[in-house]
Design a protein around this ligand. Structure first.
Ligand code: NAD
Length: 229
């Protein structure tokens, strides 16, 4: 039976595809204050600007491809029972071939009813615009979890992490909660690898290996280590 590998990813895994991260740019997201484009208050103030921001992000993602970091994670399915828990709203893990992905913070390729978070739809084209409504006449918004909102997949993600026999964290500043708290649920005996050119603050635990590299290089090193163990 294959061992269970859980990989927690953040914006850094997509950096080598050409998608900028967010803390690297002084807490701005593509030049925008995150509270303007990723909070219920920002949406209430200027929904058209928020929709336009995510339309740009969607077009940006559609114009790029998965990078070797995404590919290595997908390829690990040959050896492990892999669950990817990503904070990213892009679809680059899917396009690389990973088959078991939890989008903790949602996806820009989905919309949801403004009034009911459980009514989720695919975004057909590149854009979601003001006046695009669900069948009940409610405005659609991106199905992205904003600051201050509940993370609906947190419980299932926690259960996955508790079952991990190998755990990898890649490309996340571990600054956004509750996602960052997931690392606390990994059992002490489990080998844990952190891949990031700027290793984030993480509590010292047994079996912790820090790989201060970009995802494509760091994941190659980690892959060799876990296949040898
Ligand atoms: P973050 O921007 O806070 O941190 C990014 C981390 O990636 C940093 O620690 C940085 O050192 C590291 N990094 C940069 N280049 C890297 C590389 N080539 N390889 C490996 N690591 C690299 O990102 P976060 O922790 O994911 O939190 C940001 C939030 O913003 C998330 O919730 C996410 O939804 C959103 N976001 C998503 C995307 C995306 O979907 N691609 C992009 C930007 C922001």
């Amino acid at each position: 039976m294959k061992k269970k590998l859980v990989v927690l990813t953040g914006a850094g895994i997509s950096q080598e595809s050409g998608i900028p991260t967010f803390r690297d740019a002084d807490g701005l997201w593509e030049g925008y204050d995150v509270m303007d484009v990723a909070s219920p208050e920002g949406w209430a103030r200027d929904p058209e600007m928020v929709l336009d921001f995510y339309n740009q992000r969607r077009k940006q993602v559609l114009a790029v491809n998965p990078n070797p970091g995404h590919d290595i994670i997908a390829g690990l399915e040959d050896h492990f029972d892999v669950t990817v828990i990503t904070q990213n709203i892009d679809d680059l893990h899917e396009r690389a071939g990973s088959s078991n992905i939890l989008h903790l913070h949602g996806s820009i390729f989905e919309s949801r009813s403004h009034s009911d978070p459980d009514r989720i739809y695919k975004v057909g084209g590149e854009e979601l615009n003001w006046g695009d409504n669900d069948e009940f006449g409610n405005q659609l918004r991106p199905n992205v979890v904003w600051f201050g909102e509940m993370v609906p997949l947190m419980e299932v993600a926690t259960q996955e992490v508790e079952k991990a026999e190998v755990f990898i964290v890649v490309g996340t500043s571990l600054a956004v909660y509750p996602a960052a708290g997931l690392v606390e649920y990994v059992a002490d005996a489990v080998p844990k690898y952190v891949v990031d050119p700027n290793i984030p603050g993480i509590r010292k635990t047994p079996n912790l290996h820090l790989v201060s590299k970009k995802a494509s290089i760091g994941l190659k090193i980690v892959k060799e280590a876990i296949l040898d163990s």
